[in-house]
Design a protein around this ligand. Sequence first.
Ligand SMILES: *Cc1c(COP(=O)(O)O)cnc(C)c1O
Length: 427
Amino acid sequence: MSNYKIETKCVQGGYTPKSGEPRQIPIVQSTTFHYDTSEDMAKLFDLEASGYFYSRLQNPTCDTVAAKICELEGGTAAMLTSSGQAANFYAVFNIATCGDHVVSCSTIYGGTFNLFAVTMKKMGIDFTFVSPDCTDEELEAAFRPNTKAVFGETIANPALTVLDIEKFAKAAHAHGVPLIVDNTFATPINCRPFEWGADIVTHSTTKYMDGHGSAVGGCIVDSGNFDWMAHKEKFPGLCTPDDSYHGIVYAEKFGQGGAFITKATAQLMRDFGSTPAPQSAYLLNLGLESLHVRMERHCANGLAVATFLKNHPNVTWVTYADLEGDKYYEIAKKYMPKGTCGVVSFGVKGGRAAAEKFMKHLKVAAIETHVADARTCCLHPASATHRQMSDEELLAAGVSGDLVRYSCGLESAEDLIADLKQALESI
Ligand SMILES: *Cc1c(COP(=O)(O)O)cnc(C)c1O
């Protein structure tokens, strides 16, 4: 599929049936797999042969869908996880362990912030959070000798800051560590972070990729560009023998393009088991088949809604990177010339209380903790996803008390605007 355009990969990537085989991807609803001899099975356990033995580690349906996302991002290997949270946890934990340090953008998804700043901190991994707008010097100052990775979101949820991928990749590489980019909001339709120097991409496929609010899921894709062996001392997990697999060295045996995902599957999926159900992978694939068509409409609706809000007297500010004059307009045009996403953030005049009142009047848009769905939904993060944060942390994450996150679905822009208008005018 590598010579085809991304639209064709959305529809047909990852799976090429042979004559007489099912046209749609088969759902392999089986926990286990049959082998003729114990020797055959032993080869799988030694990672000497590739094949399936237990769906906690790998399942053919999940792998087929991971292969499609791998093609969309232009990577060398990919794996599905049971959620976006699992994807980000595995991506970081695969290379950072107790005593290590990670540099992360401060404007990230609330769940990821909690995972990093609270849960992974308890596991002995330290995070330094930097503004996406930091200077080269400020970014430089965040690194330590034990830094193992840099993390950021292409378009941050819900702050909608846009990551200067080249700047962050350059700094990461100068310190011999990979850049991990959560590309959930942009999707590979609008941005392919590998083309700008990112090394690992993660997704919450729960959002646009599924697109219909039907299955929670995640994905990790490896670009194959990071040379682990050149920074051997930093990445012992990839570059020294794994005793649990008879001393294989991932970076040697599976090469630069395969080591990261093989280790994450063979160790992390084996031990933590955050694997998606084959049924969920099938639903995700249905979503992927129309991702390119849907993203265009999500973006068109986003721009129409943002333009309307910008001109409404009961709206104090609008953040949407495709809106001319937005702080991230130029950088978004560079990394996402086709558009960013359908999510618009804005402030309701009157602050926190007015925002809550406004939301009660919405009829087309539903209040949900979800985004990036076919149905328009909205959220007041300060009283929901980000409520465990202190005021200071909220500010650093780019979330103010009056912020409403409005995720444009696939409905008519005219209906969305009329709904917003009546709700804004009844506060
Ligand atoms: C939702 C989201 C996540 C978490 O994904 P889940 O599938 O909900 O676990 C991670 N990153 C971003 C940018 C998200 O929007």
